[in-house]
Design a protein around this ligand. Sequence first.
Ligand SMILES: *Cc1c(COP(=O)(O)O)cnc(C)c1O
Length: 389
Amino acid sequence: MNTTLQQFLSEEIQRLGAPYWRVLEGAQGARVCIDGQWKISLCSNNYLGLANHRALKEAAARALEHYGVGTAAARSLSGSTPVHEELESELAAFKGAEAALIFNSGFVTNTGTIPALVSKGDAVFSDEINHGSIVDGCRLSGADKRIYRHADLVHLEELLRDSAHYRKRMIVADAVFSMDGDLAPLPEMLALCERYDAFLMVDEAHATGVLGQNGRGAVEHFGLEGRVDIIMGTLGKALGSMGGYIVGSAELVSYLARTARSFLLTTSLPVPCVAAALAGLRLLRDDPGLRQRLWQNTRLYKSALEELGFDTMNSKTPIVPILIGDDGLAVRFSQRLYEEGLYATKIGTPYVPRGTARLRTIVHALLTEDDLHEAIGILERVGHELSII
Ligand SMILES: *Cc1c(COP(=O)(O)O)cnc(C)c1O
């Protein structure tokens, strides 16, 4: 190996510490099997339990048999399939939009869409704790980045007031912030858009299937349907599969399909994946029971944690952080919980600011009341043991 590269790598590895993850020996579920032991899962985005749902597996198997595995190129080069087209039209209808475009992940949806919409001479206003894919999309765009303090409308307006000289202004934010579980103040942000001639892009990765009367997301939750120009989402969380999408006007979608590099220059999603997402979408659309269970579980779990004295920050969603503060203590907490039968990952730097290390627990619909009581009991015991509560 080139010695400069070798030296760089060994210094960096030293600094970063070992990469770290558990190896699951089966599907995502209420419990996951690790090293032959079943642990209660509190850290997946499998909100509605669709990742291993029979309907999704059957849809994927049928598509696999008919279409095979790979699509062999981008849709514009070697063709689309009726399944891709169907998912797009059902996604658009579900979200109350004219059209939808599927990307290969939520991440590349953001890194492809933002640079297609803003560039040098434009300004993009981005919440300081937005997801990394938004951060990267803003960087790639070449637009001037105006980072506002987390959910701080006064700061956002200050920056907007000073932006008349830009050609275009775009505000972009997570609808549900992935590390904190709180919500972006979308109605007020939309009012600012109108006042300062800006347009809004909302990332509903953690909102679709979770929020809103019909599970359509935060835009539905706030009663803003039809008013947000660009809505982004993922097929990999509540929808149980893999991929990402944009919904919006027919013109927006038609433009992105011709310009978004992360759409044009990559092999399109395998059809089994698309078919599974379509089955997931139909389930979440037609079976409100899944979402009801998710929220029952969330209410039970969150109120128990708060009663015990844990700091769950400003969470308004099934993402329930348990604030610890110190990185080392958060690592010990996570490790001891694991030994006691609970799988919940610690989130520290660089994901969140130093001094705000936390356990990010995520509630999902598959957990039974017994699972939840067991989890809460473990959290209480270990919380006392480590003097966190
Ligand atoms: C998970 C996530 C993404 C990325 O979605 P993937 O489909 O996992 O690539 C984008 N934005 C937010 C807010 C997310 O939480």
